[in-house]
Design a protein. Structure first.
Length: 750
């Protein structure tokens, strides 16, 4: 998508391919920013570049620059376009095939090398047969990336993996065909130092195959988590209606794809259908359920002249709507753009392993070359010198570094899934340590998100069960969300309800009918006034207090007399108050954010223990992201918990987004952590688990790196032959996996 304006720079978003680590993104960004009039930000996590350019620069110039840097670039197709996921699926499928091949073939190679009892007469040739496809086919992405980096004078983790595995494989080939390793009955000599042998009888196929398989496993799980980078946008767009019933000037109905709608077209919306686009009601009245778009549970009454929003649901009567905005101008599309901007604006997380490798890889390669030169200069011979250099490369092969993140993440996420917590990927964990403020969307997060019958207030002498029986029976015949709350509450207490007669819906006021011979009215006080009835003083006071607290008060009358007032509202979840206490214990300040009025918000805040000054009410859906930005501007590190589509942009903008699994797909995909249980207490458990997982990743990386640093001088001095180097490398991987498995003992707070 390219935007142009007179005298203003153009903007384009490019889909970048071929990046394997954060340093790739930094290199592309550096090359683009060197172009005159170009400002670029490359996001490794989403594999996109947001570029602003002016002057004579064209989009093709930008793409050419990226391609000259060794990567691919193209303008991405719209998220809802068919086939959008196919390239990603193909890439993931290929990576899975390479990993499967490597795992199946590398296991026997490593077993034969490490267990002398398995070394039969020609075992070394079987090892070569099995290891060759692992190093060549399965390891091809590393070799290709290393070659691309070398062409541009750069070195990354891929460089070290490629050089180390090819060196070990190449030396093994030399030893098998030109040394003594290929002789029948050869077994691995177990020697601590290179000086005790020239290396001609040693093969290191297990190191080459094992490193390739382990690193591929890490890459596969990383790629799988990155696959959903654009899912929030797709989930948003899929909320909209696919087809629409157009009304011609002669009243004839015609069903067409929603993309054919034009401003000014009139279309029909039947009960239960989605409204196709933003428009104005020109005929009919109904209640519109906007919860899937706004996250707010209260239905909105609409009639002729009222504005309606695309993707909301007609919960009541027949509507005819005139389209006022279509395509990219609709509120749904603007929300999608908000999510996209928030995601692209979030700084790409620099993985610690990549930051280490930026310095570590060139140093290791230089050390290996220095070791080769030192041994040659001391007259040790080419074989011994090359063996020492290979030992340096193998001990430095970042298997443990590559496993540090995915193993901890896999164990942490597996345990989290058992507790109702889903962690999207390693890049989100950094934020959990710094978060000091947690913004809670009210509806569906702190509250149930459903209209619920909370209380029944009766006049003197009136039986509560009789009120529920008559009012519930009448409301059970209505499609209105508030009516359903009353009917469900009555059914829960009574078990069954009678069938009403002469049922009628009074638009905007309520319902009326005959139940068991009684003429019953249920609805607003104005409905009673039309029948010359009024609420007695006690009920009028109850109604006023309920409405002051933000609840909906429903009057019930029968046989010419007002008998009761029902209170309906979005009920607070039973566990929310306890969850707030747990969040405070983690050092977080809870803030309640809602589109409801101040009275409703303060009432909910009092019930769960949030301070009055930490309540932000009457926030429009599109302004929630601005609230998060404002808090960040005050120096706070903000976590956001939400469940509605209107929360998606704020979830993406927040330093840490926690989406309720009971909410919309758009909110879930935009969040960093998903709380499957829909229980706010899981938010506290999620942050604790994420912090513990991050701590495990950091300790894994530290020990893996420290292990290599300690062993490198031994390998360079000839005190560690390549076979021992391979064993030490394997042990460091075992240590990392064992440390990660400790996350299985994580327990949710009682």
């Amino acid at each position: 998508m390219t935007t142009t304006a007179t005298g203003a720079p153009s903007e384009v978003e490019l889909a970048i391919g071929g990046m394997t680590c954060a340093s790739c993104a930094a290199r592309i960004e550096k090359k683009l920013n060197r172009m005159d009039g170009v400002t670029a930000t490359v996001n490794y996590a989403t594999e996109k570049a947001k570029v602003s350019f002016a002057g004579d620069v064209s989009v093709q110039d930008l793409i050419a620059t990226v391609e000259k840097t060794g990567y691919t670039a193209q303008e991405p197709s719209p998220p809802d376009e068919p086939g959008d996921d196919e390239p990603v699926d193909d890439e993931l499928r290929t990576l899975r095939q390479r990993l499967t091949t490597a795992a199946l073939l590398a296991v026997p190679v490593v077993a034969m090398a490490m267990i002398p009892a398995l070394q039969f007469e020609y075992w070394q040739w079987l090892s070569l047969t099995l290891a060759a496809p692992v190093v060549t086919y399965a390891g091809w992405p590393f070799h290709k990336a290393a070659f691309t980096n070398a062409r541009h004078g750069a070195a990354t983790m891929d460089t070290l993996i490629s050089v180390g595995t090819l060196a070990a494989f190449g030396w093994s080939l030399w030893a098998l065909f030109f040394g003594t390793a290929g002789e029948p009955g050869m077994t691995h000599p177990f020697e601590l130092t290179i000086a005790r042998g020239d290396g001609a009888g040693n093969i290191y196929l297990e190191a080459a195959a094992g490193v390739t398989a382990f690193i591929l496993a890490g890459r596969y799980f990383e790629a799988r988590s990155k696959r959903k980078a654009g899912a929030a946008l797709r989930a948003l767009l899929e909320l909209g209606a696919k087809d629409v019933t157009l009304l011609g000037v002669d009243g004839r109905e015609q069903t067409v794809p929603v993309g054919q709608l034009k401003v000014g077209d009139r279309f029909l919306v039947r009960p239960g259908e989605k409204i196709a686009t933003d428009g104005t009601v020109v005929e009919g009245s109904s209640a519109v359920d906007a919860s899937m778009l706004t996250g707010e549970s209260m239905p909105v009454e609409v009639s002729q002249g009222d504005a309606v929003t695309g993707a909301t649901v007609n919960a009541g009567g027949r509507l005819v709507v005139e389209a006022t905005r279509v395509g990219a101008d609709t509120q749904l599309s603007r929300m999608a753009k908000l999510v996209e901007d928030a995601q692209n604006g979030k700084a790409a997380a620099q993985r610690l392993a990549d930051r280490i490798s930026a310095v570590f890889v060139p140093i290791v390669i230089a050390l290996a070359l220095g070791t080769l030169g030192f041994w040659l200069g001391n007259g040790a011979g080419l074989t011994a010198a090359f063996t020492a250099a290979v030992a340096v490369l193998i001990i430095a092969c970042p298997c443990a570094l590559g496993l540090a993140t995915p193993t901890a993440l896999l164990v942490g996420t597996g345990r989290g899934a058992q507790l109702g917590i889903l962690i999207k990927g390693p890049e989100v964990l950094e934020s959990t340590r710094k978060v000091d403020t947690i913004v809670l969307d009210k509806t569906g997060t702190v509250t149930t998100g459903r209209m619920t019958l909370l209380a029944v207030h009766t006049a003197d002498g009136t039986d509560e069960a009789e009120v529920l029986r008559l009012a519930g029976a009448l409301e059970h015949a209505s499609e209105h969300p508030i009516a359903r709350a009353v009917a469900d509450g009555a059914l829960a207490k009574l078990g069954s309800l009678p069938t009403p007669e002469d049922f009628a819906n009074v638009p905007g006021l309520g319902v009326q009918g005959i139940v068991d011979g009684h003429a019953v009215l249920v609805g607003r006080e104005r409905l009673l006034a039309e029948w010359a009835m009024e609420l007695p003083g006690t009920l009028a006071l109850v109604k006023a207090e309920a409405e002051a607290s933000g609840r909906t008060a429903i009057a019930v009358a029968w046989d010419g007399e007002a008998r009761a007032v029902l209170e309906v509202a979005d009920a607070v979840k039973e566990t929310s108050a306890e969850a707030i206490t747990r969040l405070r214990a983690l050092g977080l300040t809870p803030i309640l954010l809602t589109g409801d009025n101040e009275a409703v918000a303060q009432s909910v805040a009092r019930e769960v223990g949030i301070a009055p000054e930490d309540v932000i009410a009457e926030v429009l859906p599109q302004d929630k992201v601005d609230v998060v930005k404002r808090l960040q501007g005050e120096g706070r590190s903000v976590a956001m918990v939400g469940d509605g589509v209107n929360d998606a942009a704020a979830l993406a903008q927040a330093d840490l987004g926690l989406a309720m699994g009971t909410g919309t797909d758009a909110a879930i995909e935009a969040g960093d952590l998903t709380l499957v249980r829909g229980d706010l207490r899981a938010a506290a458990d999620a942050i604790r688990l994420a912090r513990r997982t991050l701590g495990t990743i950091r300790s894994n990386l530290f020990w893996a790196f420290a292990y290599n640093v300690a062993a490198l001088p031994l390998a360079a001095a000839g005190l560690l032959n390549p076979m021992l180097a391979g064993a030490a490398m394997a042990f460091s991987s075992v240590f990392v996996v064992g440390n990660s498995l400790r996350l299985r003992s994580f327990k949710a707070a009682n």
